[in-house]
Design a protein around this ligand. Structure first.
Ligand code: UPU
Ligand code: MG
Length: 344
């Protein structure tokens, strides 16, 4: 089959079979959040020693998907009652705020070292968000996790994505398929030379679902940390409907949308306003801004624009250079032939 630009497109029945194999394989694995609950308890005990007022919240993929994929890392943020009560408050980006976050994480690292001397720890202060990276345990049972402090945005953006993914039964599967593909192609930031984080890919998935009216807009202000549980409830995955046909169609339509319909020159993937309404011009994400803007010395690109729903003026796609954009397009074209490498 040939697509709009004469590209070969994988036969849909093959895609359905491949998609359903992917889902079966996932479903045969352990996906419950018990291992996360166990690590949460250990982290909570250390946090308690440092500051009894602080509570560790889990966010990131466990919260977004409601499942824990073995080997995937866990994200914690420690919040105090003031942070929680002001659960819709903006996170401060000042150096003073970052200093306070780093101080807490340093004290936590000392306790973790004492209590779990086999765990590997690294305190990363110089990033946009200070983070304590922990390799908890040894061998196959090791769980890697990141701890941050006093920042609500991760909890809020995870709850926002979760609120979208629970609106449509295929959404979580689509997110998992896209994530796996982005890692295999090297487009995911977790891979050397990658350019879009899993968080960014998830926003792209949701933006696509909104554009297709498969989900309805969730107001960003509706996510309030005060209403969110520190440990997100497990949401078992279900076998996709119609033997995976709907999901297979959606997967191929996702590629089509980003190759042929999304307008990267003018449009911004945004969850802040109705889908399709946000332009680069509105955000002043222009060529001129691109020439000026830097974050800690690194150039910001406005070639592939994904507006962070809670950070002010932050393009989640800022690492997509003109060259990376070309690679992204090439991989999307390849994905049409290989159904996200499921048929490769
Ligand atoms: O909010 C963001 N913005 C980003 O640019 C990247 C990540 N995130 C949140 O962290 C989002 O909720 C995502 O689901 C979650 C997990 O991302 P991950 O596994 O890359 O771990 C992050 C770690 C290393 O970048 O630092 C987070 O634990 C933490 N981090 C934040 O909490 C990083 C950036 C940030 N917030 O804005
Ligand atoms: Mg993480």
């Amino acid at each position: 089959m040939k697509g709009k630009a004469g590209r070969s497109i994988a036969a849909l029945c093959d895609v359905r079979e491949a998609v359903s194999r992917f889902c079966d394989e996932q479903l045969s694995r352990r996906l419950d959040t018990q291992p996360v609950a166990e690590i949460h308890e250990k982290v909570a005990a250390c946090v308690q020693t440092v500051d009894p007022m602080m509570t560790p919240y889990i966010f990131g993929s466990t919260a977004v998907l409601g499942v824990h994929e073995q080997g995937s890392d866990v994200d914690f943020v420690c919040l105090n009652p003031t942070d929680i009560k002001d659960g819709k408050g903006a996170d401060s980006v000042s150096e003073v705020a970052k200093g306070l976050q780093s101080d807490f994480l340093f004290r936590l690292s000392e306790v973790v070292k004492r209590e779990h001397y086999l765990w590997g720890i690294e305190l990363v202060r110089r990033t946009r968000v200070p983070v304590l990276r922990v390799k908890g345990g040894l061998g196959v049972d090791a769980v890697n996790f990141d701890v941050t402090a006093h920042r609500r945005n991760g909890v809020r953006n995870s709850a926002l994505l979760r609120a979208y993914f629970t609106q449509c039964p295929e959404a979580r599967w689509l997110s998992m398929l896209v994530k796996q593909w982005s890692k295999k192609t090297g487009l995911n930031s977790s891979v050397d030379g990658g350019c879009i984080t899993s968080y960014g890919w998830n926003i792209m998935v949701v933006y696509y679902l909104l554009r297709r009216k498969l989900v309805t807009l969730v107001p960003v202000e509706s996510c309030d940390v005060a209403d969110i549980a520190p440990m997100p409830p497990y949401m078992p995955l279900e076998t996709p409907q119609q033997g995976g046909q709907t999901l297979a169609d959606m997967l191929m339509d996702f590629v089509r949308y980003y190759l042929d319909e999304f307008a990267p020159e003018t449009e911004v993937m945004s969850l802040t306003r109705a889908a399709g309404e946000t332009t680069k011009e509105m955000l002043s994400w222009t060529k001129q801004a691109e020439d000026m803007a830097r974050i800690r010395g690194e150039k910001i690109h406005y070639r592939w624009c994904i507006e962070d729903p809670y950070e002010y003026d932050l393009n989640v796609g800022r690492n997509v250079t003109p060259f990376k954009l070309m690679l992204l397009r090439k991989h999307l074209e390849r994905a049409q032939e290989t159904a996200f490498l499921l048929l490769a």
